[in-house]
Design a protein around this ligand. Structure first.
Ligand SMILES: C[S@@+](CC[C@H](N)C(=O)[O-])C[C@H]1O[C@@H](n2cnc3c(N)ncnc32)[C@H](O)[C@@H]1O
Length: 240
């Protein structure tokens, strides 16, 4: 018996994209460690008389993971770390740390529905016909910016999560900066369609913006946004 960790995607925004498999895992978990936004999504299935719940921030997470793994868990105990959307998209900085701590053989990664998938569905831009980019990383994004330009110049659609950086605006790479950046690189931003989806799947706050890429300059969007640069050309089987 070992200490078991489930890394679980719990759907963006609300519980409606939560899978039954994730619900079963959460219900049987002795320990649940998550960010406030993610814990809110699963609040309705938490049982505080059974689940020991730890709310973390970026600053406290390492200490809490170590405390739960080293001091609190016994062999056979189950811990779950829920992530927003799909664990396999734009979460690797934390997931890789958890794999190191618990050991690969003791971790099951459970996929969820990503905000990227919801944006794909709403914009009708299929994932397989788009470049998917996360700028929501701590490290350097210069290579990702080059891929972005290349995809746009190659007439591909792009579905991306921008980079909010509240404590240092120079590190922001939000829709406004993305639009200006592409213009600087010679892209005619007046011609390209764009969507920005804010607070997806949140009935009270969800908002969809649609316009040309240049119209994003100077506009502010929520940190919880997905942007779709839409150059999609529909093509059915009747054409082949
Ligand atoms: C660290 S990434 C995590 C992505 C997540 N794993 C997923 O699959 O959706 C965080 C970013 O995802 C996007 N995001 C997450 N939930 C969202 C939502 N409900 N609506 C819009 N964007 C969302 C935002 O761009 C947010 O800053």
């Amino acid at each position: 018996m070992s200490k078991k960790l489930y890394v679980v995607g719990v759907g963006p925004g609300t519980e409606k994209y939560l899978t039954n498999y994730s619900i079963d895992i959460i219900r049987k978990s002795h320990y649940i460690i998550g960010y406030k936004y993610t814990l809110n999504t699963i609040e309705h299935i938490l049982d505080r008389s059974f689940n020991n719940i730890f709310e973390i921030t970026m600053k406290t997470q390492e200490q809490v993971y170590l405390n739960v793994f080293n001091d609190l868990m016994k062999d056979g105990d189950i811990c779950t770390v829920p992530f927003t959307g799909d664990v396999n998209f734009s979460e690797s900085e934390v997931v890789d740390r958890l794999l190191d701590l618990f050991g690969d053989e003791n971790v099951e990664i459970v996929p969820g529905v990503s905000s990227i998938q919801v944006a794909s569905a709403k914009s009708r831009v299929p994932l397989d016909k788009a470049a998917i980019i996360s700028f929501h990383v701590t490290g350097d994004i210069e290579d990702k910016k080059i891929s972005l330009v290349k995809s746009v110049v190659d007439n591909k659609s792009v579905i991306l999560v921008p980079r909010p950086w509240p404590s240092d605006k120079l590190k922001n790479f939000m829709p406004s900066e993305i639009s200006s950046f592409l213009k600087e690189k010679g892209v005619d931003t007046t011609k390209i369609d764009v969507w920005v989806f804010e607070n997806l799947a949140n009935n009270k706050k969800e908002n969809t913006y649609k316009g040309k890429l240049n119209s994003l300059e100077g506009k502010t969007f929520s940190d919880l946004s997905v942007m779709v640069i839409d150059q999609n050309k529909r093509q059915t089987y009747l054409e082949f």
